[in-house]
Design a protein around this ligand. Structure first.
Ligand code: NAP
Length: 283
């Protein structure tokens, strides 16, 4: 049995759907049972509560052979991931799969990848079997720009000339599902990218090609972005996102990997396909 967190979100949602297709026996932590009604109907056992509550997490981990740990970014993410790891050890879990980030490295300079790296180190030292899934920027992040693409044919982001090898959440979920059910993944860190390194000017060009109308990328000054997002993200999160995006603008994520194809046996989804599949949202 596999115990999962984050199943009502982007990557966890894809992961759990693909695990159900494989016939896996699943239990999931959810905060709102109604949001996971479809999963319950599909046979996923639900444990209702918050990741901060150790008793709830203990209940979820009891009898689980494997666990999947995905948490949203926040000031407490690292502490919650460390607590989850310690509770997994105590529960006798054999293998923990953590959704981390490609930017999480030993000398990470900004808070989100630093928190991921610290949690990874804690897991590696825990004695559990482990696998780190470390994706690039998600294509699904672009859904947050759907309103301006739809209304103005403009993509406003503060990434300057920066690059990413953005990946589709469906592909990242496929990797997580494979790692949780296949063999040979213990002790591995998998960097998952899409098929191409793109600037956000390239991203706008892909939108223009699929939508049949010119879409323009407007690089925002970071202060303007910060102002726009104030009140939407709490201060710690807003600052961490600005630092992360500044790093993309200044350094970029300038390589792709073959890891997805090696694990799944097909090419990763290109951005044009992602836009085509979500065309109704952007038109
Ligand atoms: N976005 C990117 O480009 C990118 C790239 C690489 C790595 N990452 C990493 O991906 C992770 C985020 O993944 P995502 O975008 O799939 O997340 P997401 O869509 O924001 O979903 C977050 C999930 O966590 C659950 N959750 C939130 N707070 C919780 C709590 N206190 N207790 C229990 N569950 C809680 C949410 O449940 P509710 O439905 O109840 O809210 C939801 O299921 C982050 O760790 C981030 O660093 C992101």
């Amino acid at each position: 049995m596999i115990f999962l967190t984050g199943v009502t979100g982007k990557i966890g949602g894809e992961t759990v759907r693909q695990l159900l297709n494989k016939g896996a026996s699943l239990r999931a932590l959810v905060r709102d049972e109604a949001k996971a009604a479809d999963l319950k109907a599909a046979g996923v056992e639900l444990v209702v509560g918050d990741i901060a509550n150790a008793d709830t997490v203990r209940k979820g981990l009891a009898g689980a052979e494997k666990a999947f740990l995905l948490l949203p970014n926040g000031e407490q993410q690292q502490a919650h991931e460390k607590q989850f790891t310690d509770l997994a050890v105590a529960a006798g879990v054999k293998h923990l799969v953590k959704l981390s980030s490609m930017e999480a490295v030993a000398d990470a300079k900004t808070p989100i990848p630093q928190a991921h790296w610290a949690a990874e180190e804690h897991i590696r030292a825990s004695g559990l079997g482990w696998t780190m899934v470390k994706p690039n920027f998600f294509m699904q992040n672009l859904l947050a720009s759907a309103a301006t693409i739809k209304a103005q044919r403009k993509l406003f982001l503060p990434m300057g000339d920066g690059t990413t090898g953005m990946a589709d959440a469906r592909d990242i979920g496929a990797v997580c599902a494979e790692v949780l059910t296949g063999d040979g993944h213990a002790g591995q860190s998998y960097e998952i990218t899409g098929p191409e390194v793109l600037t956000f000017y390239d991203v706008a060009d892909r939108f223009s090609a699929v939508l049949g109308e010119k879409v323009e990328y407007v690089p925002l000054p970071m202060d303007t972005f910060r102002e726009k997002m104030t009140g939407i993200l709490v201060p710690w999160h807003l600052n961490a996102v600005c630092e992360l995006f500044r790093e993309i603008a200044e350094i970029g994520l300038d390589h792709t990997t073959d890891t997805f194809k090696e694990l799944i046996g097909r090419d990763p989804i290109p951005l044009k396909q992602f836009i085509t599949d979500h065309k109704a949202v952007f038109m």
